[in-house]
Structures are given as C-alpha cells and as structure tokens.
Design a protein around this ligand. Sequence first.
Ligand code: FPP
Length: 246
Amino acid sequence: MFFKQKKTDLPKKDDMKKIVADSGIKHIAFIMDGNGRWARAKGLPREAGHGVGVKAFKNAVTLCRDWGITTVTTYAFSTENWKRPPQEIREIMRLLDVYIKEAEDDNDKNRIRYIFLGNKDRLGEELAEKCRYLENITKDNSLILNIALNYGARDEIVSAVNSLIAEGKAEITEEDISSHLYTRESCDPDLIVRTGGEIRLSNFLLWQSQYSELYFTDCLWPDFNEEELIASIVEFSKRKRRYGGV
Ligand code: FPP
C-alpha cells in the first residue's frame, strides 16, 4: 500500500515544473503525521517533532509554489486533537502563532493567500483574530494555502448544511454544499499525501476527496523533504484519473 520509489529513479528538481504542468496537479494536501514518533525516536519530547514539522512544511510549500502548484492544504490541528495533553496543544498553538507572525512579515515576498479551515471560535479570541487578520491582508494573493485548524470534515459538512438551512434553502445541491465549505475558494485536492504510515483520512477533506489520488508513505513528517515530495508527485503523474468514466 506504500509507495516507494528508488531514489535513483526520481527526476531532478529542475524537471519538476514540467512534470507538475503535465500531470495537471493544481492542489496538493498534506496530512503531516509522525511528528511525535520522530521526536520520541530521537529521545526528544513529542513537541520537538512539531517544531521540525513546521520547517518541513515551509520547505514543501516553497517547492510546490516554485513548481507551479496553486493550492496547498495542510492538516495542522483537528477537532479531535483537543484530546492531546495540554502542553502539546499549547506548543502547537505557539508554533502556529509564530508561523502567522512570520507569514505577516513575509507577505510582500511570499505573496501567499492564507485561509484557515475550521471553526475559529474554539481557538481563543487572540489567535482567532490573528488568523482573520492574516486572511484579510493576504486575500489578493494568488497561491492559496489552506491551514486546517480546529478542523473536522464532518463538522465542516454539518456547518455547511446548517448555513444552508439558515438561508432558508428547502432543497440543496452538491454545489450548494461545496460553496458553503471552508474550502469554497479552492478546487478539490488532486493529491492527498499522508506521512507516518497510517492508511486513512482521519476526518480530513471527506467531501472534497471524492476523486483525489491518495498517497501514503511511512516517512515521518519531519523527514518529508524534497525527494519525498518529488516521489509523491511522480506517483501522482502515473495515475490514470477517470472520474468514474472509462
Ligand atoms: C501529527 O503528528 C501532527 C499534528 C497533529 C500537528 C501538526 C502541527 C504542526 C506541524 C504545527 C503547526 C502547523 C503549521 C502549519 C504552522 P502526530 O503528533 O500525531 O505524530 P505521531 O503519530 O507520531 O504521534
């Protein structure tokens, strides 16, 4: 079930623009799993894995942008992650806070449009406001970076349906639901990459993944580097996408 490519078979970084363009991949999504295990294996506290995980994520976003991918989505914190120990939750929120500050500072250089997927109410007023502010100041940028934060796909679908009920809709279409999801600004993901060895979606983009290609690797997220990203996109480029047709 895992996709392993011999490193020698991988194309060079310089070939990636063409491979991305030919494959048609526009939107890549990441389930960044394995941070805790990566840290534990090194005798470090789990939180240390999340810190290195942010660096791996920034690197992946830069490469995706350079190669022409127009939308990147990541699963930073799920509605279920509140069950984690308080110090781990605090550290993830601190990393997000730092990340948001850097994103603000680098806005002129990076030209990334940040969108937070999920209900901001549970984040606390200060963090929620920082998320809204970053969304607002970057709204005219072209590369969409969706950060799923306090996100759950079922919660997202239920919220969309409730909004439609509140609007007085008596009958709803697929388009109505899609246009009321947190991801309404993005096309559906072409490729969902999950690191860390688990083979499931864990309540991530369940509506949007209808025809997404799935890629699972046992690489732990902090080790997800350029080579791993290239391997996932090359695997995607080999898939035949028929969308239910022949
Ligand atoms: C999954 O690994 C990782 C998370 C639930 C949190 C990921 C969050 C970050 C990397 C920090 C914030 C993100 C951004 C984009 C600024 P795990 O802890 O479940 O790993 P394990 O399966 O080895 O325990």
